[in-house]
Design a protein around this ligand. Structure first.
Ligand code: ADP
Ligand code: MN
Length: 335
């Protein structure tokens, strides 16, 4: 079990606030968050299971009150050790700093990939919730006007794309990932080059993601996104500034292997490998089954301003972005 000191900074966030953590195995993603976000996770799991399928698995929350002498890292380790969903956090009346004292513990969507390529697509034409202050509304409306939010209902908030072993360059990190920071989607991407931006995410010849492989990735993402679209069209919610989090195997050789493995029949039908005898013996104490190498995953994240809103109809503001991204993926998936 990981010791408290084993909780580490999460280095794969492509957008958002500082202060995100993960456990040493990288299985968990731990983010300081507001209570409405926790409430949205709980309500979704309870009443909207078909949507919850596209949220990262929610494991619980960590709480750090000023009177408690336990750090968030220590509580995180305890939760990780338990691997169970704890009691929901009850806000204290005097807790002004409660928002910053609560952290949500999620499944790390990038775990299990050899070289995860990650894209955060922020959804919405309007980016602010009803309760936002006037200055925030003004600021966000300007962002909408100046970016693809206006016409397409989304913008690229950030992305990282593996460029292959030993790749170097000004915008390439020490592990060979090209980093597209928040300025990319804010100032470089527009309606006329947005398909190219998605191409930059999905196709990377130097990492072994060629045309054929990239098209398969685009088609796989499109299948999941179409399902997300259907779910949102059939439900009544408002999600301001939520994101689509796209992750896929950015290492072409590993991606090919993972796809070949997936096409083999899985006897137990759970998407799990049937491990060969040697492996099985080595893993005897391990309760977990051998899982297939990861190909891709698509999740909806960032529910700080999300609510289920019965009676209000589907969230056309977020759906505008979902449909635009679907259109782009459909285009990239074609030969
Ligand atoms: P913020 O409110 O700070 O924007 P987000 O929920 O959008 O927080 O998360 C910020 C970033 O962290 C995302 O852009 C993404 O890169 C990463 N991230 C968020 N949730 C997960 C997750 N479950 N697994 C892996 N990475 C995540
Ligand atoms: Mn975000």
């Amino acid at each position: 079990l990981p010791a408290p000191a084993d909780l580490v900074d999460y280095n794969y966030a492509v957008a958002g606030h500082d202060g995100v953590l993960c456990d040493a195995d990288g299985e968990l993603f731990i983010k300081p968050c507001t209570l409405p976000e926790v409430a949205f996770y709980e309500a979704s799991i309870q009443d909207h299971p078909d949507f919850a399928e596209y949220m990262p698995t929610f494991l619980g929350t960590l709480e750090l009150s000023e009177h408690q002498n336990v750090s968030i890292e220590e509580q995180g380790a305890a939760l990780i050790a338990k691997r169970s969903i704890p009691e929901p956090v009850v806000p204290t009346k005097t807790g002004k700093r409660i928002a910053t004292n609560t952290a949500v513990v999620l499944e790390n969507a990038a775990h299990g990939f050899v070289h995860p390529n990650i894209l955060d697509v922020k959804l919405g034409v309007r980016l602010w919730a009803d309760d936002a202050h006037q200055d925030k509304k003004k600021r966000f409306d300007l962002v909408t006007l100046e970016t693809t939010h206006k016409d397409l209902g989304f913008r690229i908030a950030g992305m990282r794309v593996w460029q292959g072993e030993g790749a170097v360059g000004a915008d390439i990190d020490q592990d060979g990932y090209r980093i597209y920071n928040k300025d990319y989607g804010r100032f470089s991407v527009n309606t006329s080059n947005v398909n190219e931006a998605f191409r930059n995410f999905i196709f990377a010849e130097s990492a072994g993601i060629d045309e054929e492989l990239g098209r398969l990735v685009a088609q796989a993402f499109l299948a999941d996104l179409t399902r997300i679209q259907e779910v949102l069209e059939g439900q009544e919610s408002r999600m301001f500034s939520a994101s689509l989090l796209f992750v896929f195997e950015g290492d072409g050789a590993a991606l090919r292997c993972a796809m070949e493995d997936a096409s083999k029949p899985a006897i137990n039908g759970n998407g799990h490998h049937v491990v060969d005898e040697d492996e099985e013996e080595a893993d005897e104490d391990d309760e977990e089954e051998e899982t297939l190498p990861k190909i891709y995953t698509l999740k909806v994240i960032d529910f700080a301003h999300a609510q289920w809103t019965p009676g209000m109809g589907p969230d056309e503001n977020a759906l505008t972005g979902v449909r635009s991204v679907a259109r782009i993926l459909r285009d990239l998936g074609k030969a």
